[in-house]
Ligand binder design. Structure first.
Ligand code: TXA
Ligand code: MG
Length: 357
């Protein structure tokens, strides 16, 4: 048998949120209901969707991504009633969070019901649930029957896709369809909060911050210890966080300190590596970009615009991979608001390789 037999023709359809094409959504929904895979935009990153209630679909997702099957998937829904079907012992906090943040960039971990196959949850007795905000995503979930398992639509080890072109780069020929809804708004994956063990715990920081959750719950929210340190010696509670997910090809270092010290340190390292024949990229801000001279100097945005930096980060890392950059130096950014999530992803990408000046 030839490998060509296993290739799938990937159809790419362009849609807009303002005017979601019903014909395309119907076609995509049918692909999902009959066990195929469709990548779609959400407000955070692109997802690789399969029917969450068919175990074969989840297995296909793992194969297409090259992802270990013990890493559970998020089930995407489009109405609250779906939670009652796939989760049990739903705590009152879940309703409060849904009222305030759904549809939106928040994923909740709840106890799973029998309806969800173990393949979808990586064998766990809990299930991750999210109602995304993107209208194309919501229409697709509805057309698919209401339960779409979707990890980020990248192959394992690459940054999550923030544009359909990134999805094509990774999954062309491996999935049936890609819905191209343009560039996503947020650019980093959803906040994950675990509601299964008494006090809510953030397992992955995102656009919805600890302070935002605490304000509506009127209670304290914890942060998973493994997120705060490079090596806490403990396994993270979101299995996916243990993998070095967002790794660029080049060796990456994040430099902390006062602006002057950071720019001097980075430029010194850039010079040294370039003299050694390496291809070097710098990630910086509008305010500092003129201080550098390297093969690639990329501004992620104004230093005080954490949302812009979040939106651009993964695209910059992907471009560095395409350009075969061998060393990457990034300034440490503000950790205000979504900046917390930016720094979490940046440090993960760097394998916690950092310099304090
Ligand atoms: O913004 C997002 O959440 C995107 C879009 C497509 O919705 N999805 C996404 O999925 O980032 P993925 O599979 O790349 O990341 C899901 C994370 C993984 O770290 C996984 O281990 C964790 O969620 N997770 C899923 N189910 C879980 C569970 N039952 N308990 C703990 N962690 C879970
Ligand atoms: Mg992912």
């Amino acid at each position: 048998m030839s490998w060509v037999l296993f290739m799938t023709v990937t159809k790419v359809a362009v849609l807009t949120e303002e005017n979601v094409d019903e014909g395309i959504i119907k076609e995509a929904g049918k692909i999902l209901r009959t066990g195929g895979l469709v990548a779609f935009p959400t407000e955070t990153v692109y997802g690789l969707g399969g029917d969450a209630l068919q175990k074969e679909s989840s297995e296909k997702i793992y194969r297409a991504k090259g992802r270990p099957s013990d890493n559970p998937l998020i089930v995407h829904i489009c109405r609250w009633e779906a939670v009652e079907k796939i989760a049990k012992e739903i705590p009152p906090e879940a309703e409060v969070l849904a009222e305030n943040f759904w549809p939106g960039p928040l994923t909740m971990i709840l106890k799973k019901s029998e309806t969800v196959p173990a393949e979808t949850t990586g064998g766990l007795s809990t299930v991750a649930i999210r109602m995304p905000q993107n209208k194309i995503a919501l229409a697709l979930i509805d057309a698919a029957g209401g339960y779409v398992a979707a990890p980020s639509a990248n192959v394992s080890g690459k940054p999550s896709p923030t544009m359909a072109e990134h999805v094509e780069e990774d999954l062309e020929g491996k999935i049936e369809m890609i819905l191209d809804g343009g560039t996503v708004g947020i650019g980093l994956e959803s906040t994950i909060v675990d509601l299964t063990e008494g006090r809510p715990v953030i397992l992955r920081p995102g656009y919805i911050t600890k302070e935002m959750l605490e304000a509506v719950l009127k209670a304290e929210v914890d942060v998973d210890k493994t997120l705060l340190e490079a090596d806490s010696g403990q396994a993270p509670r979101a299995p996916g966080m243990k993998y070095r997910h967002y790794a660029p090809k080049g060796e990456m270092t994040v430099v902390f300190g006062q602006v002057r010290d950071v720019t001097c340190t980075i430029q010194g390292l850039v010079r040294e590596k370039m003299l050694a024949g390496e291809k070097v990229g710098v990630i910086c801000t509008e305010e500092t970009k003129d201080f550098y001279s390297a093969d690639f100097v990329v501004s992620a945005g104004t230093g005080t615009d954490e949302e812009m930096i979040a939106r651009r980060l993964y695209g910059i890392l992907r471009q560095f991979d395409r350009d075969e950059v061998t060393y990457i130096y990034s300034e440490a950014f503000s950790d205000r608001g979504i900046g917390q999530a930016v720094m979490n992803r940046l440090l993960k990408a760097a394998g916690y390789h950092m310099i304090e000046t």
